[in-house]
Each structure stands twice: as C-alpha cells, then as structure tokens.
Ligand binder design. Structure first.
Ligand code: ADP
Ligand code: ADP
Length: 228
C-alpha cells in the first residue's frame, strides 16, 4: 500500500509562501499503475517528489509498503530512494558520455539487488543499441534507456514525471505500453504524471490534483492496454 495522510508541503522563496500540497490524503494499492492528472502548478511533481523521498513534507504521513517515509532522516531517505524507488523524467537525464549499457550499469551499481543489465535492456527493446551513445538515439529510445536505468535497480515503485512530455503521440503510447508491461511483469507500482487525458483509461487508478489538493481519485475496473 502507498498511503498519504494530510500531507502538506509549502515552499518559501523569500517572503512568499507557496502551498504546493495543502492537505492531501489517498491510498493506492501495491502493484497498481496510476496516472496523476491536473493543471500546471497543481502539485503533481511535488507529490511525486515527497513520495520518492526527493523532498520532505512539512506535515502529514507518507507510508510506502509499511515504511513510514515521512519520518525518515536524510540517511534513511537516501537508502529508501536507492533501494525502493525508480525515477523517470521528461528530459531522460542520461549521461551523454556513457553508452546505453553504461548508463544502465550506473543504475545497477547503486542497487543491492539489481536485475541483469542485458535482461532489462532486452525488456525495454534496447539490447541491440547497447553500445550507442544517447545522441545517436531517438527521443523514444532515450526514454527507453532511462526506464531501463530505473528498472535495473529492481525498484518497488516507479515514479514517472511526464515521461512522454517530449515525445510525439505514437512514441508516447509505446512508452506507456512499456510501463504497463513492467507493472505486469515485475509487479512494480507505477505512478505517471501526464497531460495526456487519454492515458486515464489505461491506468488502474486516476488521481486528479487541483491547486495543491486532491480533486478526485477514481478506480478503473477495466483499464485498456495502450496500443502497440
Ligand atoms: P505541477 O507538477 O502540477 O506543475 P508542482 O508540484 O511543480 O506542480 O508545483 C506546485 C507549486 O509549487 C507551484 O506553484 C510551483 O511554482 C511551486 N513550487 C514547486 N517547486 C518549488 C520550489 N522548489 N520552490 C518554490 N516553489 C516551488
Ligand atoms: P522511436 O519511435 O523509438 O522514438 P523513431 O521512429 O523516432 O524511434 O526513430 C527511428 C530510428 O531513427 C531510431 O532507430 C534511431 O536510431 C534513429 N533516430 C531517430 N532520431 C535520431 C536522431 N536525432 N539522431 C540519430 N538517430 C536518430
């Protein structure tokens, strides 16, 4: 279970305070795949960052698989991020001087219980490009590599912040399809921030954010697989 109770996060810049998360509570079951929708500035990234231990909430409780993450000190938080969480961003964040294989190796090295690099590259359809550099790849292929780097750690939770934001519609759907496959194959709990309303019907759960609060949460009885 992934559980949030009365989570509050305020950013201060000088005199100005911004309430990024006002009082957010919801539960998501383990091994589910969810999309997070909502307008720009509604708190989606902040939500992902406090769940993933990149950021800490000011108040409230965050529980991820029986771990009370919100009570963690910096050292425990680092451990938690390394062991349980995989992050994927819109901008891929690959290391440009390393090949595809070496980028994924980086993920493998920080995990205690990594999957095999080649298995994961095969899984995301990048094994034949193992020795290419990021600049030799399309956007879709760079994102596949970034997914492999996150996945090789064998994370329990995969947090994806606009993973298709820089891709065309078709490539984006293929990435979503890949995330669905990972969710099924490894039982990874997947959370995806997206602007694509069409992705809502493909998730088990749809979380809608509005001005730092939870607008609604909806369970899809029969999620649709993304088109190939
Ligand atoms: P979304 O992902 O839905 O666009 P964010 O979580 O990025 O929303 O931002 C929520 C609010 O918090 C916005 O008003 C944003 O400007 C503010 N915010 C986010 N991160 C910071 C930060 N590091 N410092 C100051 N304000 C921030
Ligand atoms: P995808 O659907 O996976 O994003 P594309 O259809 O965009 O792939 O790209 C097809 C092929 O073209 C890829 O195998 C990739 O090697 C090559 N390619 C695409 N964009 C670039 C680029 N900017 N530089 C070099 N090769 C590219």
């Amino acid at each position: 279970m992934l559980s949030l109770k009365n989570v509050v996060k305020t950013y201060k810049s000088g005199e100005v305070e911004v309430a990024a998360l006002k009082n957010v509570s919801f539960d998501l079951p383990e091994k589910s795949i969810s999309v997070i929708l909502g307008p720009s500035g509604s708190g989606k990234s902040t939500l992902l960052n406090v769940i993933g231990g990149i950021d800490r909430p000011d108040h409230g409780m965050i529980k991820v698989m029986e771990r009370e993450v919100s009570s963690y000190k910096e050292k425990e938080l680092t451990e938690y991020r390394r062991e349980l969480i995989g992050f994927i961003f819109q901008s891929y964040n690959l290391i440009s001087t390393l090949t595809v294989g070496e980028n994924v190796e980086v993920g493998s090295e920080i995990s205690r219980d990594p999957l095999k690099v080649d298995e994961v590259l095969d899984r995301v359809g990048m094994l034949d490009k193992k020795h290419k550099f990021p600049h030799q790849l399309s956007g879709g292929e760079q994102q596949r590599t970034a997914i492999a780097r996150a996945l090789v750690k064998n994370p329990k939770v995969l947090l994806c912040d606009e993973p298709t934001g820089a891709l065309d519609e078709d490539t984006g759907k293929k990435i979503l399809r890949l995330l669905q496959e990972i969710n099924k194959r490894y039982g990874t709990t997947v959370l995806i921030i997206t602007h694509n309303q069409g992705f809502a019907e493909m998730a088990d759960w749809v979380v809608k954010m509005k001005s730092g609060g939870l607008d609604s949460i909806f369970h899809n009885e029969a999620p649709v697989p993304a088109e190939q």
